[in-house]
Design a protein around this ligand. Structure first.
Ligand code: SF4
Length: 289
């Protein structure tokens, strides 16, 4: 298997076979993100990707039941790549039960309903979308390249095609608009109605526009209680139908899990206990991106 540069995947794909079908991110502008700044976006040649699938099939074909298609917004790939890739995965991995990838809202909107349904029929099942915030002012400031309404439209399209959604929010990304950010993000989660909802904590990564702002004194990651209050608002106000909620990403101070809305009261009470200092937080040295 060949990989170009650093490879990222969501925590829940730790046991997946990572198939790099694109290199970098087609957007690459989000102010806090350094994941693919060293890569110019491109599609990997299809023959190379198919050869990787063949090799993985020879080495571990029967054991591979999950595939995560990298890099940053792999859904952007044209159908002429997606279709043979998904067909080859099904042919080489007989135990395959799910295929996932990162997606931007615009990637979803750029596909037709029929194309999304075709991807679902061929095995693509989960899209990881990180709006980070539902607050349009914040979305503009972090250069997300999309809006509340744009994310909702994408979510409705994806769900109509039968694709599951994992929605990611970013705590601390808008210190001066923390409450607006948290409330709008809760509303966005309600509207997108994902099957999975995760919150990460913003980290200032050297080399990013956010790091430049931090150097100028124009941005600082909020104190932990403020981050917890954002999280509390999101959990308390989001109304998904039934979402698996996680804050198990290494960037977070308080790892939590449960289902929303079923476990809302319990999760909120844990956050409140942490705010009162009754629950130990993850040590700073154990946090990371
Ligand atoms: S869309 Fe994702 S991968 Fe691309 S720059 Fe933004 S956060 Fe980074």
């Amino acid at each position: 298997m060949r990989y170009v540069g650093r490879i990222y995947r969501p925590p829940s794909e730790a046991d997946a076979y990572i198939l790099q079908a694109t290199i970098g991110c087609s957007w690459n502008h989000c102010t806090y993100c350094d994941m693919y700044r060293d890569k110019e976006f491109s599609l990997r040649p299809l023959e190379e990707v198919l050869a990787d699938i063949d090799e993985a099939g020879r080495v571990a074909g029967r054991e591979i039941d999950k595939v995560f298609v990298a890099d940053g917004d792999a859904l952007v790939m044209p159908m002429a790549h997606w279709e043979p890739i998904l067909e080859r995965c099904r042919a080489r991995f007989p135990s395959l039960r799910r295929v996932s990838c990162y997606a931007m809202a615009r990637n979803v909107r750029d596909k037709s309903d029929a194309q999304l349904a075709r991807l679902r029929a061929l095995g693509l099942s989960i899209l990881y979308i990180g709006p980070e915030s539902g607050d349009d002012v914040t979305l503009k400031r972090i250069a997300k390249g999309d809006t509340f309404a744009g994310h909702v439209e994408a979510a409705h399209k994806a769900k109509a095609a039968g694709l599951e959604l994992s929605v990611i929010a970013l705590l601390g990304v808008a210190p001066e608009r923390a409450e607006a950010h948290a409330e709008a993000t809760a509303r966005l989660v309600t509207e997108m109605d994902p099957e999975y909802f995760a919150a990460l904590t913003v980290t200032v990564v050297p080399g990013t526009p956010l790091a430049t702002l931090a150097t100028r004194g124009q941005f600082a990651v909020p104190a932990v209680p403020e981050l917890l209050r954002e999280l509390r608002t999101m959990v308390d106000q989001a109304r998904p139908t039934d979402a698996l909620f996680r804050t198990n990403h290494a960037s977070n101070h308080l790892p939590l899990g449960g289902r929303l809305p079923r476990d809302r009261a319990r999760i909120v009470s844990v956050i409140d206990a942490a705010l009162r200092g009754e629950i130990p937080l993850r040590a700073e040295r154990h946090r990371g991106l």
